[in-house]
Design a protein. Structure first.
Lengths: 308, 406, 80
């Protein structure tokens, strides 16, 4: 089992003829994902690694005999992203991965609101997508199939991360320790994202393969506070372990600066690393100092729960 | 992008919100002319992108135009928190009956803009919210659907305001909400928003901050405010020469992305690291093991050899930096061999021995076998993914500073 | 014709180096602009040699054995 995607999931790539999108298409196909079409306005009739390209999402649906694909990976430039996402949502697509960076918040908020109205889910923006090890990946997560295989082996831990690269670093550590990964989601590094930790928790909760959760987190935003609240309100069966990067940003001299991702800008005292760590721990979520401490702690927590 | 008060007031004015008959100038003599035109007592306000100007003596009251000129002269030469003023704003001294607060910010949890309103204006809204929650009204609104004035009215009413003020303030908050969205703002605040003794409602001070990501489509507004491209995004601090140099190298080549910062870093460990999350993790790991980084950096998106080389050279040319640590979390897009070539080339071009200069190379992932061959040739200490980010950082600290804090 | 940078050396057989059509083809296929087609054949752009991504597109574009890429750091030659 897995969350959000499985071996039958079909998806399209919007902006498929872009340089990075061409690579991403190759990687996903090699990994076993089912890409049923691509969209780049004005490029109808072309093919990218055997995937037919169309001008509109509607044409893809038509080409597929009226069957709406399950998902879309959106890699169009920031100025066109909102329109592309709304086009996909309007066509009835329910799972959207937005890879694009530097999208203004107004557009992100509008897309997310429309997705809610349509009963759809957005992952990202500014993310690498998600991977179900050995089954499928949707987005550039893990890189070429060969590299993805090395870092991601099927297992029991769900991973959510605000950093695409750290999703792989953490998953690789879990894989090396023999724990493996159930589904790993790169949720995106922006201040407003389609799916936060707390919003994805119910999916992991419902996935029998997942026995524990690891999150990678950073300063900026209230997403960790939201997760802490969720944990307190819901009697989750899943132990959660967190890693917090960017503690140096709490220094006096770093005030008002943003590092790493757009979302790390600290806009209030509550979004500092120190405050977040305190809040997570208060909710019973241990925050480790080092990535390499994660596997042992995960094993201990899983053992604790199964003994209880 | 942050705006000066005189620009923020102009933005408010353009949105149809009444402001006083103020004037902005960089010249003390002109300040006198503006005060003469206003006629009557004035307030001279330093135009700086920092808080605390009142305490620092950056706001002064003048009864006569000559006094206005004198204050302007003083304030123009007054540095506040390391910021020199852009100019002064000469404002009629307002006869205030009641001060209000009106603001709009993003709520990342609700993923919507949030209006805030209070009848206790002129002071810090967070303090008001804590001490007098019943005097603060809040309301989210949609970034998708059109804004309706009643939404502003509800927020004002929730703060306990009724009567004529409610009627007069509703369009002000509604216009602020619309300009917040249309202007791609991160913050739009009028504080105080005042009811004057003559019964008019005006914005007496305004704070505006535009999201950098929105700037490409706000060119018309930015131009209308007289802000030139050379001002960039007006970051909170003045970029250092290192930061400027790295930015120039990044802009010169579209392949990959590099970033470098050294504001607030004073150590001797040169960091050539990546990517976003990996750089945050590694900077912490170096510091937590007693290391003193000379800088922060980010490599991502598969940069060219020239770009990786350019970043490494800039780091190596910083004062006090003898050695660099080249480390990233597992890469899947950026190539190990290309980064290896870049950092080695940087050493060679500066006449340094790569084997001595590169304390540790820890980048596992795409094309690592090819990268390891290059590193072997130059006698550089490297490791694969079996060495954690923490341990790699520890090795760098030990080699460069000679010891690791327990 | 052979030119070496720090990490990579590029060797082009004289038959290809003096063939304008081949020069244009190499110029087109190389993603990092190592080859510049000229009226009389092809030039190797020295400052781009180390940007070589080992993609092999130049080797595939030219007649067998006429274009070689040397990895100066390992002594290996492409095509093997």
């Amino acid at each position: 089992m897995s969350i959000l995607i499985d071996e039958n999931t079909t998806f399209i790539i919007q902006g498929i003829t872009g340089r990075e999108a061409v690579n991403l298409t190759r990687e996903c196909l090699d990994y076993g994902s089912k890409i049923v079409g691509g969209v780049t306005p004005g490029r109808k009739g072309r093919e990218v690694h055997g995937v037919p390209v169309f001008d509109t999402v509607e044409q893809v649906v038509e080409h597929n005999g009226g069957v709406v694909p399950d998902g879309s990976v959106v890699t169009v430039p920031p100025a066109g992203t909102k329109d592309a996402v709304i086009e996909a949502l309007d066509a009835g697509i329910k799972t959207i991965v937005i890879v694009t960076e530097r999208i203004p918040r107004r557009d992100v908020a509008a897309m997310v609101e429309f997705a809610d109205q349509q009963g759809a889910r957005i992952i990202g923006p500014n993310c690498l997508g998600l991977i179900v090890p050995g089954v499928a990946k949707m987005g550039g997560i893990g890189g070429p199939a060969k590299n993805a295989e090395q870092a991601y082996q099927p297992g029991s831990v769900g991973v959510m991360s605000r950093s695409g690269g750290m999703t792989t670093e953490i998953s690789s550590t879990l894989t090396a320790a023999g724990l493996g990964v159930s589904t790993a989601v790169s949720i995106g590094g922006d201040a407003i994202i389609g799916s936060t930790y707390a919003e994805l928790m119910p999916y992991f909760e419902a996935d029998p393969q997942t026995e524990a959760i690891v999150i990678y987190t950073e300063p900026g935003g209230r997403m960790e506070a939201q997760l802490s609240a969720w944990v307190k309100e819901n009697n989750s069966r899943l132990p959660i372990i967190a890693f917090m990067a960017g503690k140096f940003m709490d220094d006096e001299e770093m005030q008002g600066m943003s590092f790493g991702h757009a979302g790390t800008i600290v806009e209030g005292k509550e979004d500092s690393a120190t405050e977040k760590i305190a809040r997570l721990q208060e909710a019973g979520i241990p925050v480790v100092e080092r990535i390499d401490e994660i596997p042992d702690l995960v094993k201990a927590k899983i053992a604790e729960r199964s003994a209880a | 992008m942050r705006f000066f008060e005189y620009e923020a007031r102009e933005i408010v004015k353009r949105a149809g919100i009444p402001v006083t008959d103020y004037g902005f100038t960089t010249d003390a003599a002109e300040a006198k002319t503006i005060a003469e035109r206003i006629g009557g007592p004035t307030v001279i306000k330093s135009q700086v992108l920092t808080g605390g100007r009142m305490k620092a003596g950056g706001v002064k009251f003048a009864d006569t135009p000559d006094e206005a000129r004198q204050h302007a002269e003083d304030i123009l030469q007054l540095e506040i928190n390391g910021h020199w003023p852009r100019g002064v704003l000469v404002d009629p001294k307002a006869e205030v009956k009641q001060e209000y607060y009106a603001g709009v910010v993003w709520d990342g949890t609700a993923k919507k803009p949030l209006m805030l309103f209070s009848d206790m204006g002129g002071i810090d809204i967070e303090q008001v919210a804590e001490d007098h929650p019943d005097h603060v009204g809040r309301g989210h609104f949609s970034a998708l659907e059109p804004f309706h004035d009643f939404q502003a009215k509800q927020v004002i009413a929730a703060a306990g305001v009724t009567g004529k003020p409610l009627q007069r303030l509703t369009p002000v908050l509604a216009r602020l909400a619309r300009l917040f969205l249309e202007g791609d703002m991160l913050l739009a605040e009028i504080n105080p928003l005042a009811e004057l003794t003559d019964g008019s409602f005006v914005a007496l001070d305004a704070h505006m901050e535009m999201e950098d990501e929105g700037m490409p489509r706000q060119k018309a507004l930015i131009k209308a405010l007289g802000i030139g491209a050379e001002e960039g995004t007006r970051e909170g601090h003045t970029p250092t020469p290192f930061e400027e140099a790295v930015k120039a190298i990044d802009a010169a080549d579209h392949r990959g992305v590099i970033q470098g910062k050294d504001t607030g870093f004073h150590g001797n460990i040169g960091l050539v690291i990546g990517a976003g999350g990996g750089s945050l993790t590694l900077t912490d790991a170096v510091r937590q093991q007693g290391g003193k980084p000379a800088n922060y950096s980010e490599i991502g998106g598969n940069p060219s050899v020239a770009k990786a080389c350019g970043l490494a050279k800039e780091v190596l040319q910083k004062d006090g930096v003898e050695k660099i640590a080249v480390m990233m979390s597992i890469v899947s897009n950026t190539r190990v061999d290309i980064v290896a070539r870049g950092v080695i080339k940087a050493c060679l071009e500066l006449g340094k021995d790569p084997g001595e200069t590169i304390a540790i190379f820890r980048i596992p992932g795409a094309w690592e076998d090819e990268g390891f061959k290059i590193l072997d040739k130059y006698g550089i200490e490297y490791c694969d993914r079996s060495v954690s980010l923490w341990d790699a950082a520890g090795r760098a600290v030990a080699k460069i500073q000679g010891e690791v804090a327990a | 014709m052979k030119k070496d940078a720090i990490f990579i050396g590029v060797e082009v057989d004289d038959r290809v180096a003096s063939d304008a059509a081949m020069g244009a083809k190499l110029d087109e296929v190389c993603p990092v602009n190592i080859f510049k087609g000229t009226e009389s054949g092809v030039d190797i752009v020295e400052e781009n040699i180390d940007e070589c991504v080992l993609c092999g597109l130049c080797i595939d574009a030219a007649p067998a054995g006429t274009v070689k890429i040397h990895k100066l750091y390992s002594g290996e030659v492409l095509p093997a």
